[in-house]
Design a binder for this molecule. Structure first.
Ligand SMILES: [Zn+2]
Length: 289
């Protein structure tokens, strides 16, 4: 039974007379969904000081104790830069991954694909390929993935790749989303309908959906209604078969009046009336319809 994807691969205890199968392999992670969301939704400063970077206890060493001659200020400066770059990589890759499920304004999480998220795929692959595997001697049943470079206390880039790899290989791959409302303060969230197509993309809440999509939706409705008016006008023109109707002011006025009366019967029209000028403006389209 596979539980979750992880750094620690735990082999399930073997029952006598039964072969250990891949299906018995348990994978677990020490990275929680909330940790990932918190990192993504943080301000730049909060991302730098996030406890996520200090990571594995193996590296949580007091640098001064290991290297008594280290310049602590210089070390801290480097540490901040390293974390900043790593945090940015996580955001870029997760955004790229989420965007791979978009098609114009439409969004379907199950359409996300690594071929359209190449940086994310590369960083994730680098994590699985370049990490060292260490068999824990205390349990003899746990394989740990650790950074290659043991001299680096934090390995923020390794941590970044680890987060990207875990997101891309766990169920979070289809559940993580980013709110499209540009003023959203915590844009990253999880949702549970990966197969659903969202016509105007995903939003963290109804309010943000409304704020961001009302203008688009109003425009779409208006366009649709204009198309309907043109179709009605074309039908009227065909039925009355007036030669050279486009130059006939009286005919155009009659047509405008007819359309206005049809609009009055509509439940939610996007305009109240049509004038002779509207007919003139749309004459070509009416003729072609
Ligand atoms: Zn939002």
């Amino acid at each position: 039974m596979i539980v979750l994807v992880s750094d620690s691969i735990i082999f399930v205890k073997r029952t006598a007379g039964k072969r250990l199968l891949a299906i018995d392999l348990k994978l677990q992670t020490i990275l929680s969904e909330q940790d990932v969301l918190d990192l993504l939704n943080s301000t730049q400063e909060a991302r730098i000081v996030s406890t996520l970077w200090s990571g594995d206890a193996f590296y949580e060493t007091n640098c001064a104790a290991v290297h008594p001659d280290i310049d602590v200020d210089e070390f801290c400066k480097m540490q901040r830069t390293g974390r900043k770059v790593a945090a940015r990589t996580v955001c870029t890759c997760i955004d790229e991954w989420i965007d791979s499920g978009k098609n114009g304004t439409r969004e379907t999480a199950s359409n996300r694909h690594e071929s359209r998220a190449q940086q994310a795929a590369l960083e994730a692959a680098a994590y699985w390929k370049t990490s060292r595997t260490v068999l824990e001697t205390s349990t003899l049943s746990t394989l740990r993935l650790l950074p290659q470079d043991q001299s680096n206390f934090e390995n923020p880039m390794w941590q970044a790749r680890r987060i990207i790899a875990l997101v891309l290989s766990s169920d979070l791959r289809l559940r993580i989303a980013k709110c499209r409302y540009k003023n959203c303060e915590r844009p990253y969230f999880v949702f549970d309908k990966p197969n659903k197509t969202y016509e105007y993309g995903l939003f963290c809440c109804v309010e943000h959906n409304r704020s961001a999509t009302v203008p688009t939706r109003v425009q779409a409705r208006r366009r649709k209604f204009e198309d309907k008016l043109i179709a009605w006008a074309a039908k009227y023109v065909r039925e009355h078969a007036t030669p050279d109707w486009q130059a006939n002011v009286i005919f155009k006025e009659k047509l405008a009046k007819r359309l206005t009366s049809l609009i009055a019967k509509e439940k939610a029209p996007t305009r109240d009336n049509v004038t002779k000028n509207w007919v003139t403006r749309n004459a070509d389209q009416i003729s072609q319809n």
